[in-house]
Write a new protein. Sequence first.
Length: 158
Amino acid sequence: MGDFTHFNEHGRCHMVDVSEKSDTSRTAVAEGYVYVSSETFSLIRSGGVRKGDVLTVAQIAGIMGAKRTSDIIPMCHPLMLSGVNLDLSLDEEKSAVRIEATVKNRGSTGVEMEALTAVSVAALTVYDMCKAVQRDMRIGDIRLLHKEGGVHGVFHAE
């Protein structure tokens, strides 16, 4: 199966054995957006969403999502995370909630999936909290911005 590490020599999936890899400091940063109407944007900004403080609840949900990544992504290793930070901000020009997650650990495998999961769970939480007001919100542009550590070194998105 070429360079796909999650397949064994028989083409069957497996969780990669990282027991021989050295522990290194690892960091990943991901971002994503929830695009909303101007009405929903105003409600989020003013704290008028009936379910509560959208940005705070989504921030907590994103942290929880990062911690549970291996429970929902089949081939991810359970990791001891040393830090998870979510920054949610309102982007008026895009009429969107911008979500950025930074995840850190010291281990034998990276934290990119944890950062991407944190953003995704936070975005889904924004949607859940605002769906009574708007059902056509759009979650998008979720991507890895930066990663460092491990054998592949540094990646920085253009």
